[in-house]
Design a protein. Sequence first.
Length: 353
Amino acid sequence: MKILITGGAGFVGSSLALNLKQKYPSYTIVAFDNLKRRGSELSLPEFKEHGIQYVHGDIRNPEDLASIPEFDTMIEASAEPSVLAGLDSDPSYVINNNLTGSVNCFNLCVRRKARLIFLSTSRVYPIARIEAAAYKEEATRFSFSKEQKETGISPEGISELLNLDGERSFYGTTKLASELLIREYEAFYGLDAAVTRFGVIAGPRQMGKTDQGVVTLWMAKHFWNQSLKYIGYGGTGKQVRDILHINDLIRLVDLQLHKIALFKGKVFNAGGGRKASASLQEMTAFCQEITGNKPAIGSEPANRPADLRIYVTDNTQITTQIGWAPEKSVKDTLQDVYKWIRDNERALKPILG
Ligand SMILES: NC(=O)c1ccc[n+]([C@@H]2O[C@H](COP(=O)([O-])OP(=O)(O)OC[C@H]3O[C@@H](n4cnc5c(N)ncnc54)[C@H](O)[C@@H]3O)[C@@H](O)[C@H]2O)c1
């Protein structure tokens, strides 16, 4: 198998590249990346060491894509992944990168007769519908109530049945537009594709920052004992996300690589699910326990644009139809992130510290 990973030096891309190469040494793996994300450059020496080819380039530039060696499967993992992108300034960058760039990737797949694995996002679901959901306030977190007006929302989380009408951020819209275009390529060009809407993904190698990668951010601030803030929803840190460990994602992409027919023409949600969900307050408790540090935590009651009180993935469809389910707990993920920071402290401090 010859696999091209666009965004191959980023968190998800580089984790896939290194894991797949270790599991399948005979596969050719090419990582293509413009190194826009700070910290992605740290992947390059590891690629060299493990026999992964690196091609520097930008998905917005078809000439860069044309120079890529032969491949039979593309994993499209390059993106501007911040939900805040383009919300307070010109959104051209996020649109060009995540939509025009993706279309260039789809065209390349068609030209090379390659299959496509596309990493979409839970952010395709409209903000107002999720925010209007009935919820309970518990001691350390918010949770979805049992009774809901909207189909697709339940205590298990958000399912694929949620109505897609409504605004969702430029990030979410570029991803949804890409999903819709993939359907056209499937129907009219015979593209084989697997599309998955992931919630929060976390684990070692994620270069967390304030607008993206909250799990690494939270652990890094605890590790270096630096102050943090609960922002939004009254500033009490009760907002909740489910957290998918990168290894659980890798297991799913491995299935998509080898059994793409199961995924054709479908779109699945995949995430940590209710059992692997945590509020910021709960993450603080885990981080304190793991690091032994108690950094000061400020409070900013006002919400930021595109905020969500609760997002939890309902994995029912993918589990019943495909047999995939997440295995790692929130604590497993935080522990693995902690070990990664501890073992790479010198290299990571300028980026995360
Ligand atoms: N991290 C999450 O929680 C999450 C959740 C759902 C979906 N996703 C999706 O997963 C994919 C990977 O995200 P990630 O967390 O690894 O992000 P990341 O920022 O760590 O990695 C993205 C990589 O793409 C590269 N890149 C950006 N623009 C590029 C361009 N124009 N040309 C070439 N390379 C470019 C960056 O340099 C970076 O190395 C994205 O498509 C993202 O939307 C991520």
